[in-house]
Design a protein around this ligand. Structure first.
Ligand SMILES: Cc1ncc(COP(=O)(O)O)c(C=O)c1O
Length: 390
């Protein structure tokens, strides 16, 4: 079907500044080759725990097939508030939680609800591309804060320096444990950041979707330190191997949640009721908690195997504190290739696929992201294949 000729240039100008996901497009490129080991996508290789699958079946049998409240099933919002209390000792009411279509919609609703055209959204890089995409769709400017020289971490000094460069700063988006670097922040580091954020009239959008997958120290949430400024983004996709279920949460002060709920109402108006029912079991059942613990144990084993192997091959790797990614500096001999060409070389010659670093910010062209959400057997074969070509 062809679109009417004179409608072809009638789309939102904001769309012109967006390209598709560079991660998906490299994955699609690699998929053209046969027998490639792909460590490309940010998705647990585990299936969802049995208890959660049983729960959704039960909910369907109980005909929980009708609309839910716009902001989400009450008992799920209560369960989310309870889990935040248990993890971070911060009290939220069920009216301070919205259930969204994955963390993706949580990010989109939040950015849309707080921004006006011409506002600046600061994004700490390397970063997950949705933050800039949603900002551009709202006709905002994006101020990228590059952390190449600070170990992939925002520091108070860096923040103050960068903040001064922009007008109308409305928010800063921070993601830790970070996709793609796996780097996180200690409580002391966050306290110092919180002190400086407090000085400014900005929202702090804290994407902590990987919080439960933390290896080296207990995750501290920004809601423990500056709850009055923080909009917390989280969800079940990564911690509960539930990417396809599309369950995310926005948590924040009631006035902010009321505004974001309006956005949610006019775009989504409530995710499927039976999925929300099962999400309560995901958060509360002991079986589900044990399942998550086992996933973390498995990721730890894989990480502990992969990092030294990659270092032996000449990759430089920052401290991995969480998530299931390694953001490795390309071995010196290949750095002149740039990340896309290096990754293409690996697909063609070694039959392994990883993501070029420039998918996470233009400064990261000497890096690659490797996802270890795959079996030890695959990781072993991945290492052997690379060894043969570099
Ligand atoms: C940092 C980060 N935030 C948000 C998301 C989106 O999560 P969801 O699948 O729940 O929409 C991802 C997914 O890769 C992510 O890495």
């Amino acid at each position: 079907m062809k679109l009417k000729e004179d409608l072809q240039n009638k789309f939102s100008f904001a769309l012109n500044s967006l390209k598709g996901s560079p991660i998906r497009s490299f994955d699609a490129y690699a998929s053209q080759f046969e027998n490639v080991i792909k460590l490309t996508l940010g998705e647990p290789d585990f299936d969802t725990a049995e208890i959660i699958k049983l729960s959704v079946k039960k909910s369907l049998d109980n005909n929980r097939t009708h609309y839910s409240l716009n902001s989400g099933v009450l008992e799920l919002r209560q369960a989310v508030a309870k889990s935040i209390m248990e993890k971070y000792n911060v009290k939220y009411s069920e009216n301070e939680v919205i259930v969204t279509v994955g963390a993706s919609a949580a990010i989109e609703h939040t950015i849309s609800a707080i921004s006006n055209p011409g506002d600046t959204i600061l994004v700490v890089t390397p970063y997950f591309t949705l933050y800039s995409g949603c900002s551009y769709l709202n006709n905002c400017n994006v101020g990228y804060i590059d952390t190449l020289n600070t170990g992939f971490k925002l520091t108070p000094e860096l923040f103050e320096e960068e903040y001064k460069k922009y007008k109308n700063v409305k928010a800063i988006v921070l993601n830790y444990p970070n996709n793609p670097s796996g780097v996180s922040y200690t409580k002391e580091e966050l306290k110092k950041l919180a002190e400086v954020f407090k000085k400014y009239s900005i929202f702090v959008i804290s994407d902590e979707i990987y919080a439960d997958i933390s290896y080296n120290y207990k995750h501290t949430s920004l809601v423990e330190l500056i709850p009055e400024q923080t909009i917390l983004i989280t969800g079940l996709s990564k911690s509960h191997a539930m990417t396809g279920w599309r369950v995310g949460f926005v948590i924040g002060p009631e006035e902010a949640i009321k505004k974001i709920t309006v956005y949610h109402m006019f775009t989504v108006s409530g995710i499927p009721t039976f999925i929300q029912d099962a999400s309560i079991d995901a958060l509360e059942s002991n079986e589900s908690k044990a399942y998550t613990e086992n996933m973390i144990k498995t990721y730890t084993e894989r990480k502990n195997y992969l990092i030294p192997e990659l270092e032996k091959l000449g990759f430089e790797i920052p401290n991995v504190d969480g998530a299931f990614y390694i953001f490795a500096k390309i071995p010196e001999k290949y750095r002149n290739l740039k990340s896309l060409d290096f990754c293409k070389f690996l697909v063609e010659k070694a039959k392994v696929a990883i993501i070029p670093g420039n998918a996470f910010g233009e400064k990261y062209d000497e890096y690659v992201r490797i996802s270890y959400a795959t079996s030890l057997e695959n990781l072993n074969e991945f290492v052997n294949r690379i060894k043969k070509v570099i």
